[in-house]
Write a protein that binds this ligand. Structure first.
Ligand SMILES: *[C@@H]1O[C@H](CO)[C@@H](O)[C@H](O)[C@H]1NC(C)=O
Ligand SMILES: *[C@@H]1O[C@H](CO)[C@@H](O)[C@H](O)[C@H]1NC(C)=O
Ligand SMILES: *[C@@H]1O[C@H](CO)[C@@H](O)[C@H](O)[C@H]1NC(C)=O
Ligand SMILES: CC(=O)N[C@H]1CO[C@H](CO)[C@@H](O)[C@@H]1O
Length: 384
């Protein structure tokens, strides 16, 4: 028996090395970095979706919106005191940023979390690395650009103008990771680029740091500098990772990306109708704006009993969760004051317990109220 255990341990160690367990920046799970269930066996996550910092950075109202977003983040963090925060994409509105280095705005978005000593992870949406779009109002009637370069940092292009290069996904991630020990973000494996935020984090058992209790998977659903897709390469990466670190699918897995997959359209309540059971939520004011294609990610997730739920942002006017097979498809809640729509701001909270495993979610509003509490376990088998 002992000998078999030793062989098993050796195989496991080999698997961990093969899976890149030593490489925090290569998309493998990080071990021993300390995300774990509390002594009382709980773990709470706040999702910050669609903050859109830096919107209309040259106007008065843009920076004012950012101050309002700071207030939402602080309010949610102080009320919920989460163990972990996930920035679910569209952290900044890069297409509005006449600046050399959008990391300054990215940093503003993470600072309320960092100031409270709470660890976090980020992933990319479709606005984060979008290139700057010159606003029409900068051009006078006779078509000569006004010089607005002094409003923010800029790159001088030749003698007479300014150009704004935009900040790439890699640069944004690098600036975050280098400067923040509380950041759990990763660049993901190079073979998945231009998709960058592809990685998995382990939440360990309260009893044993080596023992995984939950895996969190982050995927880059594209947009901005490339199409809004999850590629087949990402699907394969997920399959290989999950096989390597959770071969018998016994550890629960939660999935996070920005743009809803096409499956969200299938389970969605009719747009603008009342949200009815089995879906749970409070706003349903738009059609699902889904990814441009489906390369097999949803089939893979549906096939894996350990996957419990997918969480996305992107649609500011939707905040529901609906079941899909054995898993739940959930929207976060529009958290930032940037971005379209004026529905009240809030944050989807995810609460887990370890023994027995439970997964509950609700939405915490900026004004302190909460609603849409739902247990994401278990899904009744007879639901579609
Ligand atoms: C952008 O800013 C970050 C943070 O200040 C810095 O680490 C990084 O080097 C800057 N990048 C460029 C291209 O200026
Ligand atoms: C689902 O699982 C079955 C059985 O393990 C396998 O044969 C099938 O190829 C899987 N389908 C997908 C899309 O992963
Ligand atoms: C959440 O809201 C309900 C009413 O909808 C209230 O009874 C409950 O106390 C609230 N919970 C927290 C933690 O604020
Ligand atoms: C708005 C902005 O980007 N301001 C920065 C421009 O660069 C100077 C010095 O490099 C910084 O101090 C500003 O914060």
């Amino acid at each position: 028996m002992n000998r078999r255990k030793t062989v098993f341990d050796a195989l496991l160690a080999l698997l961990i090395v093969v899976a890149g367990g030593d490489g925090r920046r290569r998309g493998g799970p990080e071990f021993g970095k300390g995300l774990r269930f509390s002594g009382s066996g709980s773990f709470r996550i706040a999702l910050f979706a669609d903050l859109h910092y830096g919107e209309n950075a040259w106007d008065d109202w843009g920076p004012k919106q950012d101050v309002s977003s700071d207030r939402v983040l602080s309010s949610v963090l102080d009320q919920e005191m989460p163990d972990f925060v996930i920035y679910l994409g569209d952290v900044i509105t890069a297409n509005n940023l006449p600046t050399q280095n959008a990391s300054i705005y990215w940093d503003q978005a993470i600072s309320p979390t960092r100031d409270r000593g709470i660890p976090w992870a980020t992933l990319f949406g479709n606005h984060d690395d979008a290139s700057f779009e010159w606003p029409l109002q900068w051009f006078s009637a006779d078509g000569i650009p006004e010089i607005h370069c002094s409003v923010a940092n800029f790159t001088v292009a030749g003698e007479k103008g300014c150009s704004f290069r935009g900040t790439t996904r890699i640069e944004l991630m690098k600036a975050e990771i280098i400067r923040n020990s509380l950041s759990h973000s990763q660049y993901g494996p190079k073979n998945l680029w231009p998709g960058v935020s592809n990685y998995v984090l382990q939440i360990s058992s309260s009893q044993d740091l080596e023992s995984p209790s939950v895996f969190l998977y982050f995927l880059d659903s594209g947009g901005g500098s490339y199409p809004e897709v999850i590629s087949y390469a990402q699907v394969k990466w997920f399959q290989e990772q999950s096989q390597a670190i959770n071969p018998f699918a016994v550890v629960p897995e939660l999935i996070f990306w920005h743009i809803p997959s096409q499956a969200y359209k299938k389970v969605a309540p009719r747009p603008k109708s009342t949200i009815k059971c089995p879906c749970v939520g409070s706003i349903n004011f738009e059609e699902v704006a889904s990814q441009e294609g489906e390369w097999g990610m949803m089939d893979t997730l549906l096939n894996r009993s350990s996957v419990k739920a997918v969480f996305v942002g992107h649609n500011h006017g939707l905040d529901w969760c609906c079941p899909h097979g054995q898993l739940w498809l959930c929207f976060a809640r529009h958290t930032g004051h940037g971005g379209y729509g004026d529905w009240p701001r809030g944050s989807r909270i995810i609460q887990m317990t370890e023994h027995p495993f439970s997964l509950t979610s609700w939405i915490r509003m900026e004004d302190g109220t909460n609603h849409s509490r739902v247990s994401l376990l278990p899904v009744p088998i007879n639901l579609k």
